[in-house]
Design a protein around this ligand. Structure first.
Ligand SMILES: [Zn+2]
Length: 138
């Protein structure tokens, strides 16, 4: 991952992470890159890439800072993109899938330690996630 400081045609500076410089070129070339401030697609790379996050730049707080955090962030994105969040019903849903009462799919959610132990005792494949899934606010 590389971080570029980008600048739009209205002189807004913002930062974004890209897989590679080729990924940046492809995005910019296809017009899918837009200014974070005004939405302009006339975006190009600024010459300077500051290593210290600007004060008050909240986007930077979510930016992975190490390989481990990058890997974890990717894992989290993959799981949240490819799995169904069943929230507090995780134990019931996992058991239903195991017993054929619900369609097989990737799910994640929360379960008490007791529930998780019972699932494992019954041979239901469950694994703890190395992060707390984002909860949709109700
Ligand atoms: Zn702009």
């Amino acid at each position: 991952m590389i971080r570029y400081t980008l600048i739009c045609d209205r002189d807004h500076h913002f930062e974004s992470w890209f897989q590679s410089s080729a990924a940046f070129d492809a995005l910019a070339g296809s017009g899918h890159l837009a200014c974070a401030v005004c939405g302009s697609t006339e975006v190009s790379r600024a010459m300077m890439a500051p290593a210290v996050p600007a004060k008050g730049n909240k986007a930077d707080l979510k930016t992975p800072q190490s390989d481990a955090e990058t890997a974890l962030a990717k894992l989290r994105t993959d799981i949240e993109a490819n799995s169904v969040d069943v929230g507090g019903k995780f134990a019931q849903e996992a058991r239903k899938m195991h017993e054929g009462d619900a369609p097989e799919r990737a799910i994640y959610g929360t379960a008490s330690l007791d529930d998780a132990k019972k699932l494992i005792d019954d041979g239901v494949p469950v694994a703890p996630l190395p992060f707390i899934p984002k909860r949709k606010t109700n």
